[in-house]
Write a protein that binds this ligand. Structure first.
Ligand code: IMP
Ligand code: MG
Length: 178
């Protein structure tokens, strides 16, 4: 088992995140005027982002959640994704926006998108707060992106390291390996 990590550097403050979340909300409002999209948050990581995003949105939205297996105690994705809790909504014909905390390799979202697409939504887009673009192994079309970040491990604002640090109001890098 890895040792507990140490907070390294704050990458995005509470204020920076809040400003960016409101900008993303304006983009979504513009694109879904009168469209009432269903926002599907990927648990657990996206719960904080999702909560702030929906409250910033001044259009009608519905929410649902999908829980999938994460890294566990490691910091690298296995590529094998397991659905722990499915959404409750029948998304046939609905406008769906998948809300994710972070894209690393892209393997998780690739699986989630393929799975949701098979259920025939009217449209399917991605809103990701963070994207480690240089670590992407699969090209994921991200319509709404909060911040591109370098390939460092980050925690806070819903993101964890071994289930810790999700409650930090900011996003910080961490040194998990020493
Ligand atoms: P991917 O499948 O490699 O794109 O990994 C995506 C998932 O791994 C995210 O939903 C996160 O739960 C987790 N993850 C990836 N990078 C980080 C990170 O830097 N901190 C915390 N979780 C991460
Ligand atoms: Mg996640």
């Amino acid at each position: 088992m890895l040792e507990k990590g140490k907070i390294d550097e704050i990458l995005f403050s509470e204020q920076q995140i809040s400003l960016r979340v409101r900008e993303l909300a304006r983009e979504i409002e513009r694109d879904y005027e009168g469209g009432s999209p269903l926002l599907v948050g990927i648990l657990k990581g996206a719960f904080v982002f999702m909560a702030d995003l929906v409250r910033a949105l001044e259009i009608e939205v519905k929410v649902d959640f999908l829980a999938i297996a994460s890294y566990g105690m490691s910091t690298k994705t296995s590529g094998i994704v397991r659905i722990l809790k499915d959404i409750d909504t029948d998304i046939t014909g609905l406008h769906v926006i998948v809300v994710e905390d972070i894209i690393d390799t892209g393997l998780t979202l690739n699986y989630v998108l393929a799975n949701l697409k098979a259920r025939n939504p009217a449209s399917l887009e991605v809103c990701a707060l963070l994207n480690k673009r240089e670590a992407n192994k699969i090209d994921i079309p991200v319509k709404y992106e909060g911040f591109p970040i370098p390939d460092v491990f980050v925690v806070g604002y819903g993101l964890d390291f071994a289930e810790e640090f999700r409650n930090l109001p900011y996003i910080a890098s961490i040194q998990p390996h020493r």
